[in-house]
Design a protein around this ligand. Structure first.
Ligand code: SIN
Length: 546
């Protein structure tokens, strides 16, 4: 570790001190850490992998942003907000959506000044594409379909230039709080599992998502819901956790498990269409935008088509992109993934299937990343600002990470200056927390079978009961235990919220309640832990949904 953070080795472990600990090094985490450092805070980044790992680098499509130039002269922030709210199926917080989307152009400008290079068109303007749910050409991209990799490259380069202190391959275990519930430290495991303590007045969670709850996902192995679990255990509330977005098109290979390569929605934006095993198109007649309908609609339509496949292929469909000229140049990442499994997208349809992709809900924050625990902040996929509602609009997540990362750093700076809180001393011998842990493969099987696209009361109850009887109290002494405890807790919260929501809306598809129930359910549910650590639903209705 380098930089202005004091660290010492103690016999029982190690200690460090910082004004702000950022957990995670994706777009939200590094944006926040760099901003906080420039504001004069002593920052420490703690990340489970290397600084360049995590979800951001896998993002393909792009960043949705209204630039107000001649590529899309009729587009506007209001239109982008309207598309976001339409995709969000009645649960977006419109105030948050206006606030985040309105800040998009400035955030993208700052990233470009930091050195990010987006693709240009023949006239030298930024190239734009479309993705599902967007009514205009407003998605900028880099390296064709390697937008996340370019954003991550740029932020890592800036972090290195500024010698941002980063603890790589360290895992955050738990927030330490004072008797009055304010954050005063963070427990961390080093790569060799040595426990450490960072004394700090502010922790910003930017840990990404929870795709590893399911057997097949577009998310990397690191996406185990750690930040959400840590926040719940610290006393924060979460909301909208039942809304897990399944991406309609990850590359299908028989029996594949874990992270599978994404086939970006921008491929459909450039004209590809979904067909079933008999070569029949899937989306016409389902939604006016057909193959470019919002993602929840497309994934659900594929799932329905597979369920009714007449004795034919029933676990994947196909994406016909053979009409796209210059596919390899425009989509080099997808092309390479296809090539690795012997598929040539220029000549044959790509086998695809839906897979867990994005947590639309998360730790409840305001539009500046503040949670309801003093000193605890969240930004990026782990957070629930209200931007995404019941289904995120494509390519709004990198935008949210850029905007909220910066804002959260500014909120920390303002709060620390205002509170004049000294660094409190966490108790010296805090025992390792103990949490219920389920076996990961069994948990992933349960969630995929009973809590994917198409859920019902019986299946959700079965999954909950199996979890109840199969978890084992486990001290969080290893990375695996921390991750499995997080997956177990997040699964319980998700199952509770999904069982309670007796309707279908956005990414939450109930086969026993197929209709949307506007009268009872046009509201978000929040979840927190009761004193014995069980997730319970709060009956409060979160304001501002539209
Ligand atoms: C994609 O490129 O299809 C994924 C982008 C996103 O999830 O927003």
């Amino acid at each position: 570790m380098t930089g202005p953070v004091s660290a010492s080795q103690a016999q029982t472990g190690w200690e460090a001190e910082a004004d702000l600990v950022v957990v995670g090094s994706g777009v939200a985490g590094l944006t926040a850490a760099l901003r906080a450092m420039r504001l004069g805070l002593r920052v420490l980044v703690v990340t489970k992998g290397g600084i360049g790992d995590g979800n951001t680098r896998w993002a393909q499509g792009g960043v949705a942003v209204v630039l107000g130039d001649s590529v899309a002269p009729d587009d506007s922030v209001a239109a982008h907000v309207a598309d976001t709210v339409a995709a969000g199926a009645g649960l977006c917080d419109t105030v948050a959506a206006r606030s985040v989307i309105g800040a998009g152009p400035e955030a993208v400008g700052l990233l470009r000044r930091e050195g990010a290079r987006f693709d240009g068109d023949a006239s030298g303007r930024l190239a734009r594409t479309r993705e599902g749910g967007h009514g205009a050409l407003r998605v900028i991209h880099a390296g064709g379909d390697a937008t996340g990799a370019e954003v991550q490259r740029c932020l890592v380069a800036a972090a290195n230039d500024h010698t941002l202190p980063v603890l790589e391959h360290h895992v955050a275990v738990d927030a330490v709080t004072t008797v009055t519930g304010e954050v005063c430290g963070l427990r961390v495991l080093a790569p060799d599992a040595t426990p450490g303590l960072v004394r700090t007045r502010a922790v910003l969670l930017a840990t990404g998502g929870l795709g590893q709850l399911y057997q097949v996902t577009s998310n990397p192995e690191l996406a185990t819901g750690d930040g959400l679990a840590l926040a719940l255990r610290a006393g924060a509330s979460a909301a909208d956790v039942e809304f897990v977005q399944f991406h309609p098109t990850v590359l299908y290979t028989p029996g594949a498990r874990g992270r599978c390569p994404l086939v970006t929605e921008a491929v459909r934006g450039e004209g590809a269409v979904l067909v079933d095993g008999a070569g029949k198109r899937i989306m016409p007649g389902v939604h006016p935008l057909a193959d470019l309908a919002p993602r929840d609609v497309v994934s659900a339509a594929i799932t329905r088509r597979l369920a009714t496949a007449p004795g034919g292929v029933d676990d994947h469909v196909f994406l016909d992109a053979t009409g796209i000229a210059g596919f390899a140049r425009r989509f080099p990442t997808v092309r390479a993934a296809c090539e690795a499994v012997g598929v040539d997208p220029a000549r044959e349809a790509i086998p695809v299937a839906p897979a867990a992709h994005f947590a639309c809900g998360g730790v409840v924050t305001d539009a500046h990343g503040r949670t309801d625990v003093t000193g605890l902040y969240a930004a990026g996929e782990v957070a629930r600002t209200g931007l995404h509602g019941a289904n995120r609009l494509a390519s709004n997540s990198l935008l949210e990470g850029l905007v909220l990362g910066r804002r959260a750093a500014e909120a920390v700076r303002a709060d620390l200056a205002g509170a004049r809180r000294a660094v409190s001393s966490p108790p010296a011998d805090v025992p390792a927390p103990v949490a219920p842990v389920a076996q990961r493969p069994a948990l992933q099987r349960l969630m995929s079978r009973f809590a994917g696209i198409g859920r019902d009361a019986e299946g959700l109850a079965v999954a909950g009961s199996v979890l109840d009887v199969s978890t084992v109290p486990t001290p969080l002494w290893t990375v695996e235990a921390v991750e499995d405890a997080a997956l177990t807790l997040v699964a319980r919260a998700l199952l509770a919220a999904a069982a309670a929501r007796t309707e279908s809306r956005g990414c939450h598809v109930r086969t026993d309640h197929p209709e949307r129930d506007e009268r009872r359910w046009r509201r978000s549910q929040s979840v927190r832990l009761n004193p014995s650590g069980q997730p319970v639903l709060a009956h409060s209705i979160l304001e501002g949904v539209a």
